[in-house]
Write a protein that binds this ligand. Structure first.
Ligand code: GLC
Length: 581
């Protein structure tokens, strides 16, 4: 009987909890829950001093543009001191600004201007590695024991001819052995990325504390959070568990090329549980700083991992982690060839796996992946922006996606990204290079697309910028104006609090409905070039008419047009946001 009672009481409590939740659905949302996060790649955004490289003052003078877009937060790719082997992801001093980008004073000015405009600044935290030019690494090479233990060292393997080889078969993300020999210490160090990025040893508590202090330093300056770089790679197995030697990783069968990162199954170097624990510890630091000044700090984690693994970063019920483990489905799972069903399947993935009380987030582009216009198509730019800004959850935009920038052509001679250079292949390098999505931001039809007054820019400006830039798009039926309309629409309660359902009508047309109380919108995107006629009365409470609110730039329809819901013709690659009447 006691058991019976227990069973009866539980559902009752659950029902009470549910009903209080529904009364509470308009709970006040914190700044990060409603904003759009705009990623700036500082090197390519705006050059204020004519050296052909973007900088902090350039960002400061362009913050009004973010305001114009309706954006409340920006995350900056790394701005710290770096020899730039991986363009700032190899940090020599976590406490200082790279000269090319400016000074600490410039950073303070940026923070002040951002505060004035109510734009939050989020920085990039690169915890997995330092630069090989960091004081810590240099001290390690000098034999300073404390700093030697900051990194991961291993003896080479000597073959029968007396030749020394790397300790095991581990491969760098950017190709070739992940081990590099240093004569000074007679050992190899681990670098999961370029040779200039030695991995930190997170099994050393001093490293853990040292990196927490880096987080504290910037959060105390008023930074609103961090995007955490390459988190999946933070820990390797403990070699003590493997007889004191790091074990080989099993072959993956994905490729025969032993230099390729894909040739191995990364069971000893990626997605380890200890990594998740570290994220929870950083969140505690975030809370510690929030307790002092009241501002919620947000953490976004970068991991191209399974949904099960990704969700662990949110927390484990008892402990909290990142508010935004990045959702990369629009990058990893689909592209312009995907059918509407594949799109639906991909979008449902994060929503299905995520904990009920957490937010989804939508990332369609970044500095590591080809641009939306190139991966999908220029015609689908507005449709993808409709997805990232109107799906339930937090919107993330990589700079330039609001105007539909396309990948730039960067010749082998001009290629600088290590991921491209390490292919040693002047023909196929472009498939691995990330330079095309990093070309300068296109502000206007002026010299260097208005990015720089200099004679040369660090990467060439993409062709076609004369017609594809912010200035032109301000005054026309443009991606920019569609984006602005979407970001304004996003403040509607339907998109803040409303529910969601979706359907793949056929091969091409994907549609979703958002509704709240009596108000509803339907977003329709045609992923194919052929036209279809669809019946929107499929959706509940849609019976007669719908009104066009926003439409993709090539659409012949106009805002305020009224359509018969049971017979909507949707042209090839057309995208629409419709209000249900
Ligand atoms: C992340 C960054 C990428 C960088 C790598 C190593 O994936 O986004 O640009 O090369 O980490 O830090």
């Amino acid at each position: 009987m006691v058991n019976m009672k227990g069973i009866l009481v539980l559902p009752l409590l659950f029902a009470v909890a549910l009903s209080s939740q529904s009364n509470n659905k308009e709970k006040e949302l914190d700044w990060w829950e409603t904003t759009i996060f705009y990623q700036i790649y500082p090197r390519s955004f705006k050059d204020s001093n004519g050296d052909g490289i973007g900088d902090l003052n350039g960002i400061t003078e362009s913050l009004e543009y973010l305001k114009e877009l309706g954006i409340g937060a920006t995350w900056l790719s790394p701005i710290f001191k770096s020899p730039m082997y991986d363009f700032g992801y190899d940090i020599a001093d976590f406490y200082d600004i790279q000269d090319e980008y400016g000074t600490m004073e410039d950073f303070e000015n940026l923070m002040a201007k951002a505060k004035e405009l109510d734009i939050k600044i989020v920085l990039d935290f690169v915890p997995n590695h330092t630069s090989n030019e960091s004081v810590w690494f240099e001290e390690a090479l000098r034999g300073h024991e404390k700093y030697y233990d900051y990194f991961i060292w291993e003896d080479g393997v000597v073959d029968e001819n007396g030749v020394t080889h790397p300790p095991n078969n581990w491969v760098s993300v950017f190709r070739k052995s992940a081990w590099e020999y240093r004569e000074e210490v007679g050992k190899y160090y681990l670098h999961q990325f370029v040779i200039g990025q030695p991995d930190l040893n997170y099994r050393n508590p001093e490293v853990v504390e040292e990196m927490k202090n880096v987080v504290r330093f910037w959060l105390e300056k008023g930074v609103a959070g961090f995007r955490v770089d390459a988190i999946a790679h933070l820990f390797e197995v403990d070699k003590a568990d493997f007889g004191g030697k790091y074990p080989d990783e099993p072959l993956s069968k994905n490729t025969d090329d032993p230099d390729s990162y894909d040739s191995l199954d990364h069971i000893y170097t990626k997605d380890l549980d200890e990594t998740v624990e570290m994220v929870y510890q950083w969140r505690e630091v975030f809370e510690e700083i929030k307790a002092k000044d009241g501002l919620t700090r947000v953490m976004m984690t970068e991991a191209y991992s399974s949904p099960q693994m990704t969700m662990k970063y949110f927390g484990n019920g008892e402990r909290k982690g990142a508010q935004m483990p990045f959702n990369f489905v629009l990058i990893s799972d689909v592209n312009g060839r995907s059918s509407a069903a594949e799109i639906k399947y991909a979008l449902d993935k994060f929503l299905t796996f995520k904990p009920i009380d957490e937010h989804a987030n939508w990332v369609a582009g970044n500095h590591d992946n080809n641009r939306v216009a190139s991966r999908f198509s220029p015609e689908l730019v507005d449709g993808i922006n409709m997805i990232t800004l109107l799906m339930p959850g937090i919107g993330v935009t990589y700079m330039g996606e609001e105007i539909g920038m396309v990948d730039g052509f960067v010749s082998w001679e001009d290629t600088v990204d290590p991921s491209g250079c390490n292919t040693d292949d002047p023909i196929n390098y472009w498939m691995s290079s990330r330079d095309p999505e990093r070309t300068p931001f296109q502000w206007s039809a002026d010299k260097n697309a208005g990015f720089s007054d200099g004679d040369k820019t660090w990467l060439p400006v993409a062709d076609g910028y004369e017609n594809l830039n912010v200035e032109v798009q301000r005054h026309s039926n443009s991606h920019l104006n569609v984006y602005k309309a979407l970001s304004a629409l996003r403040t509607d309660k339907v998109f803040r609090y409303g529910r969601y359902e979706s359907v793949a009508y056929n091969e091409g047309v994907f549609a979703f409905r958002r509704w709240y109380n009596k108000k509803a919108y339907i977003v329709v995107i045609n992923f194919r070039q052929e036209a279809y006629t669809i019946d929107l009365t499929y959706f509940e409470n849609v019976s007669k008419k719908v009104e066009v609110v926003v439409r993709s730039i090539q659409s012949p329809k106009n805002p305020r047009d009224i359509l018969q819901a049971n017979q909507v013709e949707i042209l090839g690659s057309e995208s629409l946001v419709l209000r249900v009447l």
